[in-house]
Design a protein around this ligand. Sequence first.
Ligand SMILES: [Zn+2]
Ligand SMILES: [Zn+2]
Length: 272
Amino acid sequence: MIGIASLGSGSRGNATLVCMEDELLLIDCGFTVKQAEARLARLGVRGGDISAILVTHEHSDHASGVAALAHKYALPIYASHGTYSRPQHALFGSAFDGDVAFEIGDVHVNPVRVPHDASEPTQFVLRCDGVQIGVLSDLGCVTPHVTRQFSGCDLLMLEANHDVEMLQNGKYPPALKRRIRSDLGHLSNEQAASLLAAVADPALNVLIGHVSEENNSVERIEAVFDPYRARVASIELATQSYGSGWIVQRGSVEELPVAQQGFALQTAQPNC
Ligand SMILES: [Zn+2]
Ligand SMILES: [Zn+2]
């Protein structure tokens, strides 16, 4: 099976599961072990089924739960040298250069440097069996390098963090507003749409993520992205409380590489 699912996405915690045939890769974990386990169970996965954790950067909403989850299930961690250099979450594992690809099993992992106010932050393009999945969040602007690297995806998780007007008129302090809007902050709906315009393809499935609960709304996102529905295969939204279901590119969820098929899939509760 090849597909993607969000355990939850937003400023209070991020984690994304990418299944590529025999490998189940978790990208980031900004949740406690208990929360992560509950959210994994909703997707039919136990902690021990995960092949490895990839970390995009050291911000707490992405890295706070990585070390504890990795320790409990003896999972290998992959992160950039810069991410490991930051001490706050005590991460240890395999280090990569932010622009050098590597392999995990049959998965080709291409880290992509992004402009964000962290230490060597990277996002990921993953390839396996001719399928390409991109996970792209936490970037302040879309660079030509980012557009090039994320072209040709079959599945793309894409940050649409804020509506500029809601952010400007919202209650965040001025310094935080400036940080979010800066070229090292987060993508607005319009910036995300500009990237989508560049990489749109009739076969592309899009999962919108890292949506601000404070400075964005479903209505604003629909207003910006609905015009693109005719140009791509699908557009779905990952939420903070629930994440998303599996978006399957090939095969079915019955083919997840897990020890116990169907585990918790039927008993899932939203808002876990
Ligand atoms: Zn974040
Ligand atoms: Zn961040």
